[in-house]
Design a protein around this ligand. Structure first.
Ligand SMILES: CCCCCCCCCCCCCCCCCCCC(=O)SCCNC(=O)CCNC(=O)[C@H](O)C(C)(C)COP(=O)(O)OP(=O)(O)OC[C@H]1O[C@@H](n2cnc3c(N)ncnc32)[C@H](O)[C@@H]1OP(=O)(O)O
Ligand code: NDP
Length: 420
């Protein structure tokens, strides 16, 4: 067993966001490589009519956890779903559950967040800032806590071209924003948001930056690390290649391309496509948890997990690969044959949006009406184009992220752990 896997043996681990994309892969890796861990506490809320238990069973019964069942047959006994809603200031956790969390937790992985680019400032601050603050307060009351690992994003300071592994100050103190949101009404918040977020492209990246400042300000005597992944894509190797369960980031765009909905996207073809496989991110998270607990660095270290300076790719190459893949393995019943291009300027992009996206959608909806069916293509196309417009900021720029801390950590690992 590797040093890192052995470290998690017997540990009580708290994961927030365990029902999310990153959280599921983290849980799977822990159960598969450290089956003798004591317990994984997950903060879960009921969703889409499912109870906590139903959500947990659905996750454990999924293809992602097939290997876990072989090496950890009693996985159901080692996972403890605790009702929590991070929208509530005290997470609405029961007294008994809170007592157990405070007295038993050894490691915290804080993955929960709202990752929506179009969330309201109030909701994003509640989840990405206030909830982080609340969790840090809980952590400061955990006598057995060895490490608190906060998951941020490599884009939390995307208003800078070169980003170091440091926590950058935000223009406004998080506490001031939290206090203001308590009495400002939504209309005023909507009005001041563009001025507040300044040169951040959206509320998501802005509130992730605020969350990092809160980690720095409220770290007390905690042993904390921050991890900043870039664009997290499907699994590369573990537990099997190509697993993804959402339409965020590139996933939705790739699907839309494969279905023939998307024919043109405004991007800078040679800009760095900094996509990192989710299993690679999770490997670093576990390594950081181990290093932080065992070596106890004197300050909060920030780790970038990005591909740009280790294995650079660009959007042109990614586009070629995506189209080649759909040539080999096409979707069933695509809307059109996949054939997409990057456009470089706004006028061309608007032209192709009209000619290749909106017009065909309108024609197809007329056909649906004529054949007695409900029109749906125009609505879908509008949603897709809105999504693309929100992602354009990130595919028309490149960033440089220093990775000194991540490289330092890699050098501390055994050869087995370096292989992940
Ligand atoms: C020329 C060849 C091209 C080939 C392709 C090349 C690749 C191009 C790649 C593009 C690059 C993208 C760069 C991303 C950069 C991200 C940088 C930051 C990274 C991070 O730190 S976090 C990343 C995660 N966040 C995001 O990606 C954005 C999150 N998404 C959003 O904010 C919203 O989706 C968005 C964009 C505002 C659109 O919202 P909306 O229109 O409301 O759509 P919904 O998201 O609500 O969903 C629509 C529809 O889909 C269903 N849905 C939503 N989520 C899921 C899911 N996880 N699984 C399955 N289904 C989902 C949802 O229920 C909706 O259906 P309804 O029936 O309910 O309407
Ligand atoms: N995906 C990416 O490309 C990247 C992600 N990250 C960061 O990684 C982390 C995880 O992201 P990802 O897994 O993609 O996000 P997901 O949206 O897949 O998961 C978000 C998680 O947070 C939970 N959550 C949200 N709101 C609440 C709430 N009110 N109460 C309790 N739980 C809640 C969700 O629970 P529920 O299932 O109930 O909604 C879910 O488990 C985030 O911090 C994100 O910023 C960083 C860089 C890139």
């Amino acid at each position: 067993m590797s040093t890192i896997a052995a470290f998690y043996g017997g540990k009580s681990i708290l994961i927030t966001g365990a029902t999310g994309f990153l959280g599921k892969v983290l849980m799977e890796k822990l159960f598969r490589t450290s089956p003798d861990l004591k317990v994984i506490y997950i903060l879960v809320r009921p969703k889409a009519g499912q109870t906590l238990q139903q959500r947990v069973f659905q996750i454990l019964d999924s293809k992602l956890f097939e290997k876990v069942k072989e090496v950890c047959p009693n996985v159901h006994e080692k996972i403890r779903a605790i009702y929590a809603d991070l929208n509530q200031n005290d997470f609405a956790i029961s007294k008994e559950d809170m007592q157990e969390l405070l007295s038993c937790t050894n490691i915290i992985f804080h993955c929960a967040a709202t990752v929506r680019f179009d969330d309201t400032l109030r909701h994003a601050v509640q989840l990405n800032v206030t909830a982080t603050r609340q969790l840090l307060l809980m952590a400061s009351q955990m006598p057995k806590l060895e490490a608190f690992i906060h998951i941020s994003t490599a884009y939390s300071n995307c208003n800078l071209k070169h980003i170091d592994e440091v926590i950058y100050p935000c223009p406004v103190e998080p506490k001031k924003i939290i206090d203001s949101l308590e009495w400002l009404d939504d209309a005023i918040i909507d009005e001041i948001t563009p001025k507040l977020i300044r040169d951040w492209p959206n509320i998501y990246t802005y509130t992730k930056a605020l969350g990092e400042m809160v980690v720095q300000q409220e770290s007390r005597n905690l042993n904390i690390a921050i991890i900043r992944p870039s664009i997290v894509g499907a699994t590369w190797q573990e537990p099997f290649p190509g697993w993804v369960d959402n339409i965020n980031g590139p996933n939705g765009i790739i699907i839309a391309t494969g279905k023939g909905f998307l024919r043109a996207i405004k991007a800078t073809p040679m800009a760095v496509a900094d996509v990192i496989p989710v299993d690679t991110v999770v490997n670093l998270m576990l390594a950081v948890g181990w290093y932080t607990a065992v070596h106890r660095p004197k300050s909060t270290l920030v780790y970038h997990i990005t591909s740009g300076n280790m294995n650079p790719c660009n959007w042109h190459k990614m586009g070629v690969q995506v189209l080649a893949t759909f040539e080999k393995i096409p979707f069933e019943r695509p809307f059109r044959r996949p054939n997409a291009n990057f456009t470089s300027n706004s006028f061309t992009s608007q032209y192709w949006n009209a000619v290749s996206h909106r017009a065909p959608a309108i024609i197809y909806d007329c056909y649906l009406r004529l054949t007695g069916r409900k029109p749906r293509m125009t609505k879908l196309m509008n949603r897709l184009l809105r999504t693309v417009s929100m992602l354009e900021y990130f595919i028309n720029r490149s960033w440089e992220w220093s990775t000194y801390n991540t490289e330092m950590l890699m050098s501390e690992l055994s050869p087995e752990d370096q292989r992940g």
